[in-house]
Design a protein around this ligand. Structure first.
Ligand code: GRF
Length: 188
């Protein structure tokens, strides 16, 4: 099964996916795409031996044309699934239409709670006792698609925002490779 990863920033999830699954013959990473040419994830891709591809969406007149470019790229590389890992854009109908139920995202909260770009901080500031990580299919909403897997963690009284972020990222780096492995093996 061939996977493309889309990421806009740091790329720790991308690295965890590649390192955890490198000996799994059902999983192949076709390329890493970033919409941000300065993203650290591009360096990680070079180091991990995965083809880095970057393109500025502003080079296109509109989102449809940008997503047509992405669709062509994924078709050219024969991609089965697109994995979003810190991809800071809302996926539009062009890409969704080309890959229905084939785009997956990881989100650092127990969805449907704390959607959006500041989920860890929002959960911490809300004073909830539990938060977690969700892996879900992408639909036309923001952080709303069908849930594939969730992992819950307690927020302890001694937790700081930083310690909570660290715990969440550690869990992300386990749950995303686990889900990808299951997706790949499910269709063999
Ligand atoms: C992760 O917390 C992920 O859940 C969210 O964006 C963050 C990306 O982190 N969607 P990284 O770039 O993988 O380090």
């Amino acid at each position: 099964m061939k996977f493309a990863v889309f990421a806009s920033g740091n790329g720790s999830n991308f690295q965890a996916l590649v390192e955890t699954l490198k000996e799994n013959y059902s999983v192949e990473f076709s390329f890493l795409f970033s919409d941000n040419k300065d993203a650290y994830v591009l360096e990680r891709a070079e180091q991990l031996g995965i083809k880095p591809i970057t393109m500025n969406p502003k080079n296109f007149e509109n989102k449809t044309l940008y997503e047509e470019y992405l669709t062509k790229l994924c078709i050219e590389y024969d991609v089965d699934y697109i994995l979003l890992a810190g991809y800071m854009r809302i996926v539009g109908e062009t890409l969704l239409g080309a890959f229905p139920n084939r785009i997956v995202n990881i989100h650092p909260s127990l969805l449907p709670d704390f959607k959006g770009a500041h989920a860890i901080e929002d959960a911490f500031n809300a004073g909830v006792e539990k938060t977690g990580v969700t892996v879900h299919f992408v639909d036309n909403g923001v952080d709303t698609g069908p849930i594939i897997d969730q992992w819950e963690i307690d927020i302890l009284s001694e937790d700081t925002l930083k310690s909570l972020e660290e715990k969440i990222h550690q869990i992300e780096h386990k749950i995303y490779p686990k889900v990808v492995k299951e997706l790949a093996e499910q269709e063999e």
